[in-house]
Ligand binder design. Structure first.
Ligand code: ANZ
Ligand code: ZN
Length: 794
């Protein structure tokens, strides 16, 4: 009885499609479950095995939820705008529309071949006018509520190609394409006011079931900082330099000031300096540097003194020099700092280089860390001497007329892109009326097709007369349409709303649909590059809530990341290394179920793990053995099987709900081993349902061969019987070379094979067992499993 995966999988997929099995019903009275994958960017390279890891995980979760009686919304779509398609278009002269649609068709085919239970009736693409009309509507909504505004901002500019570059296109300060030194250029740009929600974005994190590291990254990005603003009078002028400091307690040790090169006062102060040329040269030089280059640790500090300019330290009354240095940023705090070289490492480095006074104001002997104590008793601080640095911050700030303030590192979101392949910004500029939003009834502003998208420095849309020459919607005079497009993160900030009501023509989604399905119950995607997406999606949700469109505060209640899948050689999979695994090959040779089981058995979902061809064959064997249980059917199933089966029901259900798929599969393996001694139809029915979320095609085939009606995927998840569980398992220590590495639960009389299968769920044991036949196994049923490696394999 050989297993023909091609036939089985094609038949099952056809059956599901005919039954419309995965269509989510808006009218269902069942409890809802919204299970969401981060929708993919449809790249020309096709699906990566890393995509599949996340998709298989959510698919198992969604199928399990359906079998538990939930109404599941499990949608998929395409995050289709973006730079790669545009670059490809520039290179090959293929319109981005065409290459994107081709890539989507390929992705769709690949995803369907995996038997993922998506509701295809809700498929969306962010590049379709039906979708981006609402992206434009969101822009107008933000504009109407003063959350979108325009101002000058720096962009990366390649002087040779005469084009704006995305940050990713700037490599070590030069243009990725031509190697010219990239400049910073000021352009009028659109911003969304994310900073208005900084505090809410921060506070909301505490309510979420997200990985701690992801929450920490969000907190870090928002960067809340409590400190003081203190003004320093410039000697001989009416000007004041206001600094932001988190350490007002060190004010007596501030021996010089530093302005960012882009500080607005530089232009004024330069008039009083004796070295204006040197200052101008330094400022010009700094303008070529990216923030990244400026912050690089270990880079030697640079700067220039404003010769002849000095300021008064308001605490000591002493005159101190003023410098300009690029380690201070114009966009953070006030763009100026008081430098305390005795207690700040950056200031210390700078002071040493420029021979500036370093004055200790915290008594080293009282501090925790020794020399440059960060806190302790004040010294050299006048009336504050002897007081604790942590407790005098307010007092010193007040003493010099400063003000305690809270700042955030978070900046407003720059959404303008001088690109073709994105959503046109729905704004018109009129000589008479100024900035005029496109009336809602005129949406969508459609991306023209007859455009030369070779970059020249302005948006390609600016060169399409038919696009940018318009009549002002207010006064009817001729006007100019905005020719920039939006950052693609705007498209992905609201797509999960659209999934709840994807064909709505009156609204981005109906209120009832949103209230029914949202928030998302489980969201899964990679950990890399998602800080901004998650932040922006949360920002959109906060705005919608403020404006009364929704009642919940956070879009994604529970978030998990899949770990990166490395190549067999332990390196990152990449085209240039030639080590990319093509999922099509695996599906064709071994089947989708094998690929799914393999990827879910590789290890815990969230850890990084290398590909391994040998283990694929193991997964395939597992699938075949499950299939051959049809031959093991018996009327007299061994008595010992029921306890194992019920333990498996309990373990697999419990593990799926906490996304521990590898341990669920290892329990299924234990159960399979036992089942091969003979299994009743009734038990095989249960086992088939347990296997259904993991190997959905195989389960459907078994279901049919058992003569069952309908689909296994709408069958009920089995319930375990407590009576069978008592005393049916023992806990066994797993050792490697006599050292305890974990434990497994097993029947007291389980075979060695069963014990080894269970032990593979422990990563160290799995690794030890993969050393071939070298490992010696000491197994005492009910007592211990020890894997002994020869000295060389340790
Ligand atoms: C004096 C001082 C003494 C400082 C000391 C630190 C330690 P966070 O915590 O990240 O908010 N700073 C302020 N504005 C800056 C800017 N625009 N560019 C670069 N650095 C800036 O950091 C706040 C501290 O970073 C501030 O406190 C200031 O240095 C510096 F022993 O003031 B501090
Ligand atoms: Zn007008």
């Amino acid at each position: 009885m050989s297993y023909n995966h091609k036939e089985v999988e094609a038949a099952a997929q056809k059956k599901w499609e005919e039954m419309e099995l995965y269509r989510a019903s808006d009218d269902s009275k069942k409890p809802k479950e919204f299970v969401l994958d981060m929708f993919p960017y449809p790249s020309g390279a096709g699906l990566h095995v890393g995509h599949i890891e996340g998709y298989a995980a959510t698919d198992i979760y969604a199928r399990f939820a359906r079998m538990q009686g939930k109404e599941v919304l499990h949608p998929i779509g395409w995050d289709a705008f973006g730079l790669p398609a545009e670059n490809y278009a520039i290179k090959t002269k293929t319109p981005p529309q065409e290459s994107t649609d081709a890539a989507i068709a390929n992705f769709r085919r690949q995803i369907k071949s995996l038997g993922l239970s998506y509701d295809w009736s809700r498929e969306i693409g962010t590049h379709t006018p039906e979708y981006y009309r609402w992206t434009q509507w969101f822009f107008l909504l933000l504009y109407k509520h003063n959350l979108a505004y325009r101002k000058k901002a720096k962009v990366n500019w390649c002087p040779k190609d005469q084009t704006v570059l995305a940050n990713e296109q700037v490599v070590d300060g030069v243009c990725e394409r031509c190697g010219a030194v990239v400049e910073q250029k000021d352009l009028e740009q659109w911003f969304f006011k994310t900073t208005e929600y900084a505090e809410e974005l921060l506070a909301g994190l505490d309510t979420l079931d997200w990985p701690d590291s992801t929450k920490a990254a969000q907190r870090n990005w928002i960067g809340k900082s409590e400190g003081a603003e203190i003004s320093f009078a410039v000697v001989g002028s009416g000007e004041k330099i206001k600094v932001f400091t988190t350490r007002p307690d060190t004010l007596f040790g501030a021996t010089y000031l530093v302005l960012a090169p882009e500080h607005p006062l530089v232009d004024t102060l330069i008039l009083n300096t004796e070295n204006a040329d040197a200052v101008r040269a330094y400022v010009a030089d700094a303008s070529h540097k990216t923030d990244m280059e400026r912050t690089t640790e270990g880079r030697e500090k640079t700067g220039v003194v404003l010769a002849g300019v000095s300021a008064l330290n308001p605490a000591t009354g002493e005159e101190i020099p003023v410098y300009i240095a690029d380690y201070v940023f114009g966009s953070y705090g006030t763009g100026a700092i008081m430098a305390v070289p005795a207690h700040d490492a950056r200031d210390f480095e700078f002071a040493q280089k420029f021979g500036l006074e370093i004055r200790m104001v915290i008594d080293a002997s009282t501090g925790a860390a020794g020399c440059a104590a960060s806190s302790g008793a004040l010294t050299n601080s006048g009336q504050f001497d002897g007081q604790n640095s942590d407790s005098v911050k307010h007092a010193i700030t007040e003493f010099v007329g400063g003000e305690m303030v809270t700042t955030y590192r978070l900046r407003d979101w720059l959404v303008s892109r001088q690109r073709y392949w994105g959503v046109p910004i729905p704004i018109i500029y009129c000589g008479k009326c100024g900035t005029v939003p496109v009336p809602e009834k005129d949406l969508p502003v459609v991306l023209p097709k007859d455009v030369d998208f070779i970059p020249t420095g302005e948006s390609p849309l600016a060169r399409s007369k038919s696009f940018h020459q318009v009549l002002c919607p207010k006064c009817g005079e001729s006007a100019r349409r905005e020719s920039d497009t939006m950052d693609t993160f705007v498209c992905s900030s609201w797509y999960y709303y659209r999934f709840t009501d994807p064909r709505n023509k009156q609204a981005f989604a109906g209120a009832a649909a949103m209230e029914k399905w949202l928030p998302v119950d489980l969201y899964v995607g990679g950990a890399e590059h998602t800080v901004l997406h998650l932040l922006y999606a949360r920002f959109f949700t906060k705005v919608l809530r403020t404006l009364g469109y929704i009642s919940f505060a956070e879009p994604f209640q529970k978030l998990r990341h899949q770990g990166m899948i490395l190549a067999e050689d332990g390196r990152k999979m990449s085209k240039s290394l030639g080590n990319v695994v093509n999922p099509d090959d695996v599906v064709s040779k071994y089947g989708a179920d094998t690929l799914r089981v393999y990827e879910m058995f590789m290890g815990p979902l969230d850890v990084q793990k290398p590909w391994n061809m040998k283990n694929i064959i193991g997964a395939r064997r597992f699938v075949e053995r499950v299939y051959r249980l049809l031959e093991k059917r018996t009327d007299s199933e061994p008595k010992s099987f029921a306890p194992i089966l019920h333990e498996t029901i309990k373990k697999v259900g419990g593990d799926i709900s906490i996304l521990k798929f590898n341990t669920a599969i290892s329990q299924l393996m234990i159960c399979l081993n036992a089942a091969e001694a003979g299994i009743s139809d009734e038990s095989l029915d249960i086992f088939t349902r347990l296997i259904a979320p993991f190997a959905p095609h195989l389960a459907e085939e078994l279901w049919q061969q058992l003569g069952k009606d309908g689909s296994v995927h709408t069958a009920k998840w089995p319930e375990y019987n407590e009576a069978f569980l008592a005393a049916s398992t023992v806990t066994l220590a797993v050792q490697i070379n006599g050292k305890r590495r974990g434990e497994i639960s097993l029947a007291p009389d389980a075979s060695e094979d069963t014990a080894l299968a269970a032990a593979r769920a422990i990563p160290a044991a799995a690794e030890a067992l993969s050393t071939g036949d070298n490992a010696r196994i000491i197994y005492v049923p009910g007592r211990i499993l020890n894997i002994v490696l020869p000295a060389s394999a340790k």
